[in-house]
Design a protein around this ligand. Structure first.
Ligand SMILES: [Fe+2]
Ligand SMILES: [Fe+2]
Length: 336
């Protein structure tokens, strides 16, 4: 036996034992932490999912930031700015959480910019009117919460903990969207019509945010077994429709699906078929704004280069500068 094969055999044996410990931890609903052994496929799945999530947060800033300068009042502008800023923060938590898996933010951003990692397709739709800000908050952030609340119990510790704070902020986003739409819906006929039009355009893409139907979802089963995912795409989509129907009624708006009706037997609403060809097209890069979003992202990254350089220089200076002395000549270290 060569040294190499001996090592491989030993590694295989050790890996088996580690895998058993990992499986037991997942089965017992314990959290997997960065220093714990984990299967490579589990790590790769998390990196892919967390990167896609982080990218969606920062690309998602674009459609709404488009309306900051045109917000109809100071109050609305302040709310929208806070919301868009929150999304940047969500991106930062998630890139940091992904870095605990051995990747780097730089690497992930490079992949996003090269089109090798995805972000949520929903952000490839344009924001045509002010009411879109309301529809995004109500429907897009609403769908995000439905998807993300179960992630607070995800088996990977850093991801689960990042989601707790993110979900609290998303719930503010959803409420501000609802409140904005309510104000428009109760406003002039033109405002009401604008709100209805925005809901008509955002409804179906929001349902697509839950991903393909369960029988076509390639990653779902394994992610559920690893407890990264807790509910199937269709299950979450159903839950979202059930939440939205009474809320639409409260808003005085209709959902653009004549087939929505309560199904007593199933205890859920039935709804019409989703146009998955549209979803596939947007996914392939043929959505209305794919090109625009990536171009803007790359430009923002290039234009921000000086900020990254300055921050790195500042950190380096603090690393190499000896501690400042107090007024009496004693080194701070000695007095602290
Ligand atoms: Fe977010
Ligand atoms: Fe949000």
């Amino acid at each position: 036996m060569t040294a190499m094969t001996a090592m491989t055999a030993m590694t295989a044996d050790t890996a088996e034992r580690y895998e058993a410990v990992f499986d037991a931890a997942v089965a017992a609903d314990e959290r997997i932490e960065p220093r714990d052994w984990m299967p490579e496929a589990y790590r790769a799945t998390l990196v892919r999912q967390m990167a896609q999530h982080a990218h969606s947060e920062i690309i998602g800033m674009q459609p709404e930031a488009n309306w900051i300068t045109r917000a109809p009042s100071l109050r609305r502008k302040a709310i929208l700015m806070a919301k868009v800023q929150d999304e940047a923060g969500h991106g930062l938590y998630l890139y940091s959480a992904a870095e605990t898996l051995g990747t780097s933010r730089e690497e992930l951003l490079d992949k996003l910019h090269a089109g090798r990692q995805r972000y949520s397709s929903i952000f490839n739709y344009p924001t045509l009117t002010w009411a879109d800000v309301g529809a995004i908050g109500w429907l897009v952030d609403g769908a995000a919460i439905t998807n993300q609340v179960p992630l607070c119990r995800c088996s990977y510790g850093p991801y689960a903990r990042a989601m707790v704070r993110i979900c609290k902020e998303e719930s503010f986003h959803q409420r501000q969207g609802f409140e904005l739409l309510l104000a428009l819906s109760r406003g002039t006929p033109a405002q009401h019509e604008m709100a209805q039009d925005a809901v008509d355009r955002w409804w179906w893409p929001s349902l697509m945010m839950f991903g393909p139907p369960d029988d076509e979802s390639s990653h779902s089963a394994q992610s559920m077994a690893w407890k990264i995912k807790r509910h199937s795409n269709d299950e979450l989509r159903r839950r979202f429709v059930d939440i939205c129907v009474p809320q639409a009624r409260a808003l005085g708006l209709t959902l653009p699906d004549p087939e929505i009706r309560w199904n007593e037997e199933r205890g859920h609403h039935d709804f019409g078929p989703i146009d998955w060809t549209e979803f596939q097209e947007v996914l392939k890069g043929n959505g209305p704004c794919n090109e625009e979003r990536l171009t803007q992202r790359r430009r923002a990254h290039e234009e921000g280069a000086w900020v990254r350089e300055a921050a790195a220089a500042h950190a380096e200076k603090h690393r190499t500068t000896p501690p400042a002395r107090t007024g009496h000549g004693a080194p701070q270290e000695a007095t602290a």
